[in-house]
Design a protein around this ligand. Structure first.
Ligand code: ATP
Length: 377
């Protein structure tokens, strides 16, 4: 199941020309600088912009050279920055309005489900004016879901919220991502939302697709080419061990495992980790008496100039031969680490001087020293 989208649209001086093949489930983040064309792309998907091109959503053709399904006939829901609830109706009546827009036989999401998913049970009799910004947005999302859409479009749904409200609402969105079978296209320019929510990442630049692909690999590719102070890579891992004495837990992922702060998640839980490029240093020999817990075998994939002449970005792949894994890494040095098959790419920010001194280049085996890895979801 996929979403195929090809759009060409000129708006004043702006020229959008995108061609995308996106997964038919999960969250696809549309990311990019202001004015790069994120909202315009979403509006083309909705049919609000009449672009030239083609759009096929999980087998249903919404637009091609001959037909153009109008916006009100597309089974999608759109959530905007600001929740536009009916102020004179209670939360319950706002939700019922969404539900009534779909005949009973076409309903796939039910009132109680949406209320539970978004934690609205205690708010049903309130008026929208008596809700916080985050609560209003949760109602708007629930109302959108109650139209039983086959595609959910979200345009910077958290950007109008304060820091705490954003933190509070993210777990609801993670839950929706893991529960819903419908695809979500999610516009944002917040890297932390991309890292936490997305399974697929599209980067737009001046109306063109600069990158599109699975989250981890695409973050690594983008971090290499367009380094910014918070460039990093997010990836999924499984909690495999904990050390209560040090309040640490070990998370395994393709190609390695690492110790992170214990946040109480049970063994076997799937978590997301984020490692920033500035927290990864590289060494040719494994340090045996350093303070860094996570020292993992890796190899250099490629390098690119950083954002200053003194800086180089190196993309590396965590993972190595069983011999290297046995010898290396983590607090339990000398024992076999339960690395999962495969590799995980990371980006390392290092000085051009170190790059030359260590003679690093594509293929060089290295030890990646990871100073800090954050559990982000
Ligand atoms: N109706 C219009 N007429 C002329 N130009 C337009 C129109 N709509 C959008 N644009 C221009 O198209 C470009 C892309 O706009 P768009 O809103 O898609 O960007 P964006 O990536 O979503 O930006 P932001 O993150 O700031 O919301 C901008 O330069 C914008 O000024």
């Amino acid at each position: 199941m996929t979403i195929e989208a090809m759009f060409r649209r000129t708006l004043g001086a702006f020229d959008l020309d995108v061609s995308l093949a996106l997964p038919g489930t999960g969250v696809t983040a549309l990311f990019g600088h202001s004015g790069s064309g994120k909202t315009t792309t979403l509006r083309c998907v909705a049919g609000l912009e009449r672009a030239a091109g083609r759009l096929c959503v999980n087998g249903a053709v919404w637009q091609d050279g001959r037909r153009f399904v109008p916006v009100h006939r597309r089974p999608l829901a759109y959530v905007f920055q600001e929740a536009s609830l009916f102020p004179h109706l209670s939360v319950r009546a706002n939700l019922a309005y969404g539900e009534r827009r779909v005949p009973g036989c076409d309903r796939r999401i039910w009132f109680e489900q949406a209320v539970t998913w978004l934690g609205l049970g205690h708010l049903l009799d309130r008026a929208p004016g008596k809700l916080s910004g985050g609560e209003r947005q949760r109602v708007a999302i629930a109302r959108a879901l109650l139209t039983s859409p086959r595609l959910l479009l979200m345009d910077e749904p958290l950007s109008a919220l304060d820091h705490q409200s954003r933190r509070d609402i993210l777990p609801y969105l993670e839950h929706l991502r893991d529960t819903l079978s419908i695809p979500i296209l999610y516009v944002t320019h917040a890297p932390d939302e991309v890292a936490r929510l997305a399974s697929h990442l599209v980067v737009l630049d001046n109306g063109r697709v600069a990158a599109s692909g699975p989250l981890t690999a695409t973050m690594a590719a983008v971090g290499l080419k367009t380094p910014e102070s918070d460039s990093g890579v997010a990836f999924e891992a499984t909690v495999v061990e904990r050390e209560a004495r040090w309040a640490l837990m070990r998370a395994a992922f393709p190609g390695g495992s690492m110790w992170v702060r214990d946040d109480g998640r049970p063994l076997g839980a799937r978590i997301r980790l984020r490692v920033l490029a500035r927290d990864v240093s590289l060494a040719l020999e494994r340090a045996v008496d350093g303070s860094i817990l996570n020292v993992l075998p890796a190899r250099v994939l490629d390098c690119a100039p950083g954002d200053h002449p003194s800086v180089v970005m190196a993309r590396i792949a965590l993972g190595g031969s069983p011999e290297r894994l046995r010898g290396g890494g983590n607090a339990d040095r000398g024992t076999t680490l339960p690395a999962m098959d495969g590799e995980t790419p990371l980006v390392s920010r290092l000085t051009a001087r170190s790059m030359e001194t260590l003679a690093l280049g594509p293929g060089t085996p290295v030890w990646a020293q990871i100073k800090s890895a954050a559990v982000i979801g």
